[in-house]
Write a protein that binds this ligand. Structure first.
Ligand SMILES: Cc1cc2nc3c(=O)[nH]c(=O)nc-3n(C[C@H](O)[C@H](O)[C@H](O)COP(=O)(O)O)c2cc1C
Length: 163
């Protein structure tokens, strides 16, 4: 069995991107992603980097080619591609918006293809009712397409109900 004790951290330690899924000023995802990032770091098993899509400020997808068929051509796509390629896995911390996941997260995912492909992903969703539909959308749609392995799917709910 693999030993993931702190003593085993090395330059080859897997890098994991912890990505906040919403970009509104003062978004709840900022604090929640920070908290999830701190929890991850406290385990000392991987090299975890917090990614704020707000900082990346990606325009609505403006690559002329289809990302699954062509590589990045624009400077912001190349930079985003390099960043995502540097990770072996991801934690997505995202609210649910209208039964789905937020447009900025979809845009950031749509920019790339092979950079996500086959990498493990953990999804933490939250929302007024917990974000189960948003998690399902990622799991059964986008990540299935990317061939990503979904580790688990915790939900943070701040009121009772479904949706
Ligand atoms: C546009 C929009 C749509 C929302 N739709 C849902 C929804 O379908 N289900 C839900 O449980 N909460 C929904 N909410 C509530 C948010 O998930 C909740 O307020 C969350 O904390 C917002 O995260 P943020 O501050 O990171 O944007 C919605 C909020 C917004 C702004």
């Amino acid at each position: 069995m693999t030993d993931y004790s702190p003593d085993t951290i090395s330059p080859t330690t897997p890098r994991v991107g912890v990505i906040a899924g919403s970009t509104r000023p003062g978004a709840n995802s900022e604090a929640l992603t920070q908290w999830v990032h701190e929890l991850c770091v406290s385990r000392n098993t991987c090299d975890y980097e917090l990614i704020s899509l707000r900082d990346w400020n990606l325009p609505l997808l403006d690559e002329p080619g289809v990302p699954a068929h062509t590589g990045p051509t624009l400077p912001h796509t190349k930079a985003w591609s390099n960043k995502v390629s540097s990770f072996q896995g991801f934690v997505f911390v995202t609210p649910q918006y209208n039964w789905g996941y937020p447009a900025p997260l979809k845009n950031a995912l749509d920019y790339l293809f092979k950079e996500w492909n086959g990498k493990p992903a953990l999804v933490v969703t939250f929302g007024g009712r917990g974000g189960g539909k948003c998690a399902a959308q990622l799991k059964e749609g986008t990540f299935a397409l990317f061939g990503a392995m979904l580790c688990c799917q915790p939900l943070i709910r701040d009121s009772i109900g479904s949706g």
